[in-house]
Design a protein around this ligand. Structure first.
Ligand code: SAH
Length: 238
């Protein structure tokens, strides 16, 4: 077997996630990859830009969420700091039943995301050019799932994420190494009425890079003082 994630290896590894891609889904990913490479020359969207790396470190990595969650239900999902669409846009391609809201502070990335959404004719997906802490109040206590990859430490992210979850909703960050992050999140868990349900640890195939997916459940309504402004979140993290 090749140690690069070519198309064949990608499909094979997806089967270990119980995902069988359709031809249309594979074609959508290829179009997405081509647009990413094209726009990256102008906009600097990502450092990961070789074909095989995009398939492994972006597309496959995002789909590992399937290990932690049943994504076949009709869920409202928020992706905070989605960047070039990771994981939210990849999830939409594979689980069209999901209603996805992408939030991204950088306007150029949002322009790229809207181009991909339009080109692939994706429905039930919106992309907000905003900071997560400034989402309009109708999004409070609204989502079934909030996810995020490579944006901030868990305690910081929790303040950005938990207020937007319904009671019993799940915050599911994709993490590489969490080291001290969980210990540092004990107070955030308490203040935001959450508990850690599960820690899902595994290695990415081919490169054996460590990954951790946290499942954090919201047990009660969030105090209306959260999220605070970003300078307060950073200066005095929970
Ligand atoms: N999730 C993507 C991008 C990670 S880079 C991936 O895994 O590849 C972090 C992104 O989060 C950047 O694009 C940055 O603009 C965005 N970001 C950081 N803080 C944010 C906030 N508070 N609200 C919205 N977007 C934010």
């Amino acid at each position: 077997m090749s140690d690069k994630m070519n198309r064949e290896t990608f499909i094979k590894e997806l089967s270990t996630l119980n995902i069988t891609p359709t031809k249309e889904q594979l074609q959508s990913l290829e179009t997405y990859k081509n647009l990413l490479q094209e726009y990256n020359q102008k906009f600097n969207l990502t450092a990961i830009i070789q074909d095989e790396d995009i398939y492994l470190k972006h597309f496959y990595d995002c789909l590992t969420l399937k290990k932690a969650l049943d994504l076949t239900q009709d869920l409202k999902v928020l992706d905070i700091g989605t960047g070039a669409g990771f994981p939210g846009l990849v999830l939409k391609i594979f689980f069209p039943n999901l209603k996805i809201t992408l939030v991204e502070a950088n306007a150029k990335k949002v322009l790229f995301l809207n181009t991909v959404i339009k080109t692939l004719e994706l429905k039930d997906i919106e992309c907000l050019n905003m900071r997560a802490e400034n989402l309009p109040p109708e999004y409070l206590e609204y989502f079934d799932i909030v996810t995020s990859r490579a944006v901030a430490k868990t305690n910081i992210l929790m303040e950005l994420a938990i207020p937007y979850l319904k009671i019993n909703g799940l915050f599911v960050p994709l993490k590489a190494n969490i080291d001290q992050e969980l210990e540092e999140s004990q107070n955030a868990l308490k203040v935001l009425n959450c508990c850690l349900l599960k820690k899902c640890e595994f290695n990415l195939p081919l490169i054996n890079a460590k990954r951790t997916i946290l499942l954090i459940q919201k047990n009660a309504k969030t105090s209306s003082q959260y999220p605070r402004t970003y300078d307060k979140i950073i200066k005095k993290p929970l």
